[in-house]
Design a protein around this ligand. Structure first.
Ligand SMILES: NC(=O)c1ccc[n+]([C@@H]2O[C@H](COP(=O)([O-])OP(=O)(O)OC[C@H]3O[C@@H](n4cnc5c(N)ncnc54)[C@H](O)[C@@H]3O)[C@@H](O)[C@H]2O)c1
Length: 410
């Protein structure tokens, strides 16, 4: 029997984005970079990849405060050949290094048909699909690889060595939905276990083993143990593949030496590998799009197995969730909102995550709902924050007025 889900409150994407930008800016991230990071994190929440959205902010900020992630760093680019470039993330946010990497790959692909970028000295970049989407928005196909901290034993092994490193790729379509594959090589992404722990929920027993090698439905016990690879040796091999392409080749950490994003004791040194491909290299663009649309129709129009109402294209469920959440808001549990707002209070931030329970929306419409709550005694944080280019901005209050539906379905 599935454990009941914790009750949720809805937050608008605009509010979530402003919140993230504000926290980041006051932790030393430039406004330009904060906008990129906020966009990636909120995209994850909008797509229903709640494991890799704004709830990651407290753990990222812990790393910034411990000075193992450089909030002020911007990535730099080294062009190796006309179609190959290297990005150095300088231990800044992984979102920035990957964003620069994919932008560069897209530019190279426009001119030469393909662009390949290796990224070193980076950090966790969250949900891979935002990078695939970046390529799709420019009309490009893509491959997006990253390595990550040990969570998975190699096939036949007992201790964690490889990361639950997602493999992602995508292709634009014509009238139909684009193809977006974004999957961890484990039965489930480890972020789903952190989410269950945060929300006080149980996990399915086939996701992970506890420290004694037993199946468990307790997320805390699972985090002490190991994730189970999807498809046995095949999942294990995909994880090693992510390490070869993202770690070995880039000059970043590999073979079990990437640091966990929740471990604020040392830099992560994550590597990524990004490829953009022009879709009309071998057939015309119009032909390519028609062929993608035909593939989509063939896939979703397949005969259904018993008990299945609808067949989805890879990435389609997430896209439908995004459409629904743009209307209805992003659902978070109370404890998550509290943890996020605690982060905001730590930096004397006015932009607070604001929930939108239906009965309060009309009352609150047209007036600000949060007063500034300063904490002038929080010197340890204040000394390190507020030096960004947003520090002089007048503080803004959130005055939500949208009427959001409280629906989880699409
Ligand atoms: N940056 C990191 O280090 C890191 C590590 C692990 C996971 N992640 C992220 O975690 C996220 C979750 O990964 P996951 O493996 O749990 O994803 P998932 O199992 O939810 O989905 C995997 C893929 O299968 C597709 N899919 C799922 N259900 C489907 C259905 N019913 N019909 C058709 N297609 C379907 C999805 O569109 C997706 O492309 C990903 O965004 C990944 O990038 C990031």
């Amino acid at each position: 029997m599935e454990a009941p889900e914790a009750p949720k409150k809805r937050v608008s994407a605009a509010n979530a984005k402003k919140y993230v930008e504000g926290v980041l800016a006051r932790n030393g991230v430039s406004m330009t970079n904060a906008a990129i990071i906020a966009d990636c994190l909120v995209q994850a929440d909008l797509r229903g990849v709640d494991t890799h959205g704004i709830n990651r902010i407290p753990s990222y900020m812990a790393r910034v405060r411990e000075k193992v992630l450089d909030a002020a760093a911007s990535p730099t680019l080294n062009q190796i050949t006309p179609v190959v470039a290297q990005v150095d993330g300088h231990n800044g946010f992984g979102f920035l290094a990957a964003h620069l990497g994919m932008s560069t790959a897209i530019e190279m692909a426009r001119d030469f048909g393909i662009g390949m970028v290796s990224v070193k000295h980076s950090n966790h970049f969250g949900m891979s699909a935002w990078i695939v989407q970046q390529a799709i928005d420019s009309g490009m196909m893509s491959l997006v690889f990253t390595n990550s901290s040990p969570a998975l034993p190699v096939w036949g092994g007992r201790s964690k060595l490889m990361g639950v490193s997602p493999i992602a790729c995508g292709a634009p379509a014509g009238k139909e939905k684009p193809f977006v594959l974004d999957m961890a090589p484990s039965v489930a992404a480890r972020g789903k276990i952190y989410k269950a722990k945060r929300r006080g929920e149980k996990i399915p027993k086939d996701w992970a083993l506890d420290a004694q090698g037993r199946q468990t439905d307790d997320p805390a016990a699972a985090l002490e143990g190991v994730m189970l690879p999807m498809g046995g040796p095949k999942g294990s091999a995909l994880s090693i593949m992510m390490d070869v392409f993202s770690g070995v080749i880039s000059g970043s950490a590999f073979a079990g030496h990437v640091t966990n994003p929740y471990d604020p004791s040392r830099p992560a040194d994550v590597g990524h590998f990004l490829i953009a491909i022009k879709p009309d290299l071998f057939v015309s663009l119009e032909d390519f799009k028609q062929r993608m649309d035909y593939l989509y129709q063939r896939v979703v129009g397949s005969d259904k197995m018993a008990g299945i109402d609808r067949i989805y294209f890879p990435g389609e469920i997430e896209q439908l969730t995004q459409e629904e959440r743009l209307q209805s808001g992003i659902p978070y549990v109370e404890a998550e909102i509290d943890a996020l707002n605690k982060e905001a209070e730590m930096v004397e931030l006015l932009r607070r995550v604001h929930t939108l329970p239906r009965d309060q929306q009309r009352q609150e419409s047209g007036r600000s709902s949060y007063a500034l709550r300063t904490r002038s005694n929080n010197h340890s944080v204040k000394e390190r924050v507020g030096r960004s280019d947003s520090a002089e901005n007048p503080a803004e209050k959130i005055a939500p007025s949208e009427d959001m539906e409280q629906s989880d379905s699409f």
